[in-house]
Design a protein around this ligand. Structure first.
Ligand SMILES: [Zn+2]
Length: 681
């Protein structure tokens, strides 16, 4: 009994092989001898996986092959040497390189050489799925056809370090190639020029190995090939003195160049070729764009990260001051019945020493909001309730502004809890008469869901870190409606609260900048806000923000890259454009593209960018957590966030962009409140 094992039997001579993978058990009386010659008598022939070799050629025939090209630096040099010696060779092209340098591919064919398929992205085929192997081969074939008008039947697998594959896993790709009608071209003379052993060694190895075979393997790409270029003429000389003739692979096979590289039929196939070449060009264009985008984006991200870190690190709080002028707090409420009482209680239970009036506009709530406010107003004369039909937050705030009596206006959201020290800290900077507006520090109070925790981190290392950094250069882009204080006359001077955009706080902030107001950030003035807890409500909120931001960016587009606005025009506003709109919109596409190219081995080229991106994210998040005294481990949450949270943001941005293009109007987009901000004081 003889087992059909995985041992691969070799039959014939030469380095052009065909595979027979079938194996079965057989019966035999004698073992094979040490040369592998199976001379015994068989009852039943065992079938081994077998490599049939051909293409040994005549004793003085030798072929030279070049792998991995074309390369714009080395391939032309090699072509010159070959031309000078009147020698024809074979080039096994990597599809990705051929795609970049189609002119070189045409030149190789025009100068009479042969070309073969060396896969698209040069993966180790033994580790690839059969489908992937087929895709690599077919894509390269199509590309070669569309560039040269010829097909090729020659194929060499990448990393085929020797002529005799010993593992079954190495045979499978060969079998696939063969099923696709390729001749698999291996090599026996491998001087390992890719390892740059020196031109002398390369020549010496060719001399030593010449008697083992008739196909020489060299490389015209994949690094510095100057040693190959140096060794090639000497190899040709030596072969000549030895009496060898350098021939084409087709000659070794006893056939013609046109037989191994058949011209495509003009009729019938031209449409397919047109489609495939257009496809390649399109793919090429998209690929080029995404690469360029990735490089530019990575550079900008790094620059911005460094600037933000530097600025945030240099953040200094203003001098301590006793400020106790009378203030007016304004708040718009719509269906906040469950939280409004708590908000007002926390607000009025303040350490602030000056006079306070609180004006709450009930914007036509359909729940008990108005009743709750009225009840609180009964016991606290500082509180006033105004009511209106439901007309939107901005109109509600406008109405409240027209009713304020004091010179400084504090804006609070109806679901936002102040601490006892929030107001005094928020108002302290107004002791300096030059300061027009102050942004407080909004933090996410409800940390029950993953979505809310993501937002907490986003507030920490996005909005708040930005404000800390922008403070020094007076380029804060948004004084948040949730917690901020602005001088009344500055608001009036800026034209009041505008109804033109959905992001009235951003709009007002930019208008304040236009009127040269100094805007500062006070990280110590903390307000706990309630973040959306479901994807749906968050998506709605973000869509409104994105849309409002786009409106503001468009309305104030004259400020971007405008020297009159210093850092605002050149740093923070362009940052909003690029990092909050463009990058968020495009990143998932880049991610998808990367995922799509991963099986082709492109990850090696892509990894540095991905790592840089993620490293910058983690770096910023860590710094933000340190500055806000949050647990540092929380910073790592930025990584899963990127995968899950970013695509959603991107969706909202796209929706906003499309809506903006359509120019449609958006409603109030009310969030569902859950009264879940825990009171922290
Ligand atoms: Zn290779």
């Amino acid at each position: 009994m003889l087992r059909g094992t995985d041992t691969i039997a070799d039959v014939g001579d030469g380095e052009i092989v065909t595979v027979d993978e079938t194996r079965s058990d057989g019966m035999r009386n004698l073992a094979a001898d040490s040369q592998g010659y199976l001379t015994a008598r068989y009852a039943k022939f065992p079938e081994f996986p077998t490599l049939y070799h051909q293409g040994a050629g005549g004793e003085h025939q030798v072929a030279i092959t070049f792998d991995d090209g074309p390369d714009p630096r080395w391939t032309p040099k090699i072509l010159e040497i070959l031309k000078a010696a009147n020698v024809k060779a074979a080039f096994f092209l990597v599809g990705a390189n051929a795609e970049h340098y189609p002119g070189l591919v045409r030149r190789i064919v025009d100068e009479g050489h042969e070309i073969g398929n060396h896969t698209y992205y040069h993966p180790n085929l033994a580790l690839c799925w059969p489908e992937h192997v087929r895709l690599e081969l077919n894509a390269t074939q199509l590309l070669i056809e569309s560039i040269t008008g010829r097909a090729t039947t020659l194929f060499r697998p990448p990393y085929a370090a020797d002529t005799s594959p010993s593992q079954l896993s190495e045979l499978t790709p060969l079998q696939i190639a063969q099923d696709l009608n390729y001749l698999v071209v291996l090599e026996n003379i491998d001087p390992q020029d890719w390892a740059k052993p020196g031109a002398d060694i390369i020549l010496q190895r060719v001399k030593q190995q010449r008697r083992d075979g008739s196909i020489i393997l060299l490389h015209d790409a994949g690094g510095d090939r100057s040693q190959t270029v140096e060794a090639l003429p000497r190899i040709l000389d030596w072969l000549h003195t030895r009496g060898d003739t350098v021939v084409l692979l087709s000659t070794l096979l006893g056939t013609t160049r046109d037989a191994v590289m058949p011209r495509l039929q003009q009729s019938g196939q031209s449409l397919i070729r047109l489609v495939s070449s257009t496809g390649f060009r399109l793919y090429h264009g998209v690929e080029e764009f995404l690469w360029a985008f990735m490089i530019v984006a990575t550079a900008l991200v790094v620059i911005r990260t460094l600037v933000v870190i530097w600025l945030a690190y240099r953040f200094r709080r203003g001098p301590k001051a006793d400020f106790a002028e009378p203030i007016s707090v304004v708040m718009a409420a719509y269906n906040e019945g469950r939280v409004i009482a708590g908000t007002l209680r926390a607000l009025l239970d303040t350490e602030y020493k000056g006079d306070i009036e609180v004006i709450v506009i009930d914007d036509g709530s359909r729940d008990e909001t108005a009743a709750e406010i009225a009840r609180a107003a009964d016991v606290d004369p500082r509180l006033r309730l105004l009511r209106q039909e439901n007309r939107g937050k901005a109109r509600a705030l406008q109405r409240a502004l027209s009713a304020v009596r004091h010179g400084i206006v504090v804006f609070v959201d109806a679901d936002t809890h102040f601490q006892r020290d929030t107001l005094p800290r928020l108002l302290e900077p107004f002791a300096d008469g030059r300061i027009g507006a102050v942004s407080g520090h909004a933090k996410v109070g409800n940390l029950r869901t993953f979505i809310a925790r993501c937002q907490a981190l986003e507030y920490t290392c996005g909005f708040n870190l930005d404000r800390r950094a922008y403070n020094r250069w007076n380029c804060i882009t948004v004084v948040p409606g949730a917690i901020s204080a602005i001088r009344k006359d500055a608001i009036d001077q800026a034209g009041g609260l505008s109804l033109q955009t959905l992001a009235e706080d951003t709009d007002l902030t930019l208008s304040l900048h236009k009127h040269r107001q100094r805007i500062v950030y006070v990280p110590g003035a903390i307000a706990w806000t309630e973040a959306p807890e479901s994807v749906r409500t968050l998506a709605r909120q973000r869509f409104r923000w994105a849309y409002g931001t786009l409106q503001c960016l468009w309305k104030h587009r004259d400020m971007v890259f405008n020297w009159n606005y210093h850092a605002l025009g050149w740093f923070s506003l362009p940052s909003v454009w690029f990092f909050q709109i463009i990058l968020v919109a495009v990143t998932p596409m880049v991610d998808l593209f990367l995922l799509a190219t991963l099986p082709f081995g492109a990850w090696r080229a892509v990894m540095p960018f991905v790592i840089t991106f993620l490293a910058m994210d983690v770096l910023l998040a860590t710094l933000a957590c340190i500055l806000e005294r949050e647990p540092i481990l929380r910073a790592w949450r930025i990584l899963p966030m990127r995968l899950i949270y970013r695509p959603m943001l991107s969706y909202c941005i796209w929706k906003a962009i499309l809506r903006a293009l359509k120019g449609a109007l958006v409603g109030w987009g009310k969030l569902e409140r859950t009264a879940s901000v825990p009171v922290r004081a």
